[in-house]
Write a protein that binds this ligand. Structure first.
Ligand SMILES: Cc1cc2nc3c(=O)[nH]c(=O)nc-3n(C[C@H](O)[C@H](O)[C@H](O)COP(=O)(O)O)c2cc1C
Length: 181
């Protein structure tokens, strides 16, 4: 798919067909997301995937701060991706000191890029996704085994779309860009 078309036509999908996404397809999506840029190529983003209905229902019912869209989305999705990031590497020097005034914030930046790259690659393969930020990190950690030294950055529900939402309105270019000279 042409890049601009993929960027513009990707939508957040919250309703999915009752059809699994094959592991090979998920692997291909992750392989594409691995090409996202990252701080000094540290590649701190990781993806935990579950299709276990019991686990997903626990996250839907107990970990999304009661936010109904997320409860319904996760209960309806064939798979949930728990995006994690390794702490203390991106933005940091080998001796543990911060390279810039943003310190380890670069990890969040990297994981955001990787997450969007994941969603674009998924869209290219006909797989719908929605990034979810409304969750309680500690309670997600009680349901799934977040590896030591990693933090949960986002949840992504994935599956074959069962809706074609319109694009929410975007700001005009003139509101977004300032040419300085
Ligand atoms: C960091 C982040 C957190 C988000 N959290 C949620 C969420 O918790 N639940 C949800 O339904 N959508 C969530 N979204 C999706 C946005 O609502 C969506 O991207 C936005 O409305 C634009 O729609 P589009 O993705 O279809 O272009 C999130 C998106 C981002 C980037």
């Amino acid at each position: 798919m042409e890049a601009i078309k993929c960027i513009k036509e990707r939508r957040s999908i919250r309703k999915f067909q009752d059809k699994k996404v094959p592991r090979e397809v998920i692997d291909e999506i992750v392989a594409a997301a691995a090409y996202a840029p990252s701080w000094k190529n540290t590649q701190v983003t990781r993806y935990m995937v579950t299709e276990d209905r019991e686990v997903m229902n626990k996250i839907a019912d107990g970990c999304v701060l009661g936010f109904e869209y997320n409860i319904d989305t996760i209960r309806n999705a064939p798979a949930l991706v728990i995006v994690t990031m390794i702490q203390g590497r991106s933005g940091m020097e080998k001796d543990g000191s911060a390279t810039t005034s943003k310190g380890a914030d670069w990890g969040v930046f990297d994981t955001g890029i990787a997450t969007q790259t994941f969603c674009l690659a998924a869209h290219d393969k006909g797989v719908g996704s929605v990034i979810m930020g409304i969750f309680d990190e500690a309670s997600v950690g009680e349901v799934v085994p977040v590896p030591e030294g990693q933090k949960v950055a986002a949840l992504i529900a994935i599956g074959y779309p069962d809706e074609e939402p319109k694009a929410p309105r975007r700001k005009e270019v003139s509101q977004l860009v300032t040419y300085l000279d």
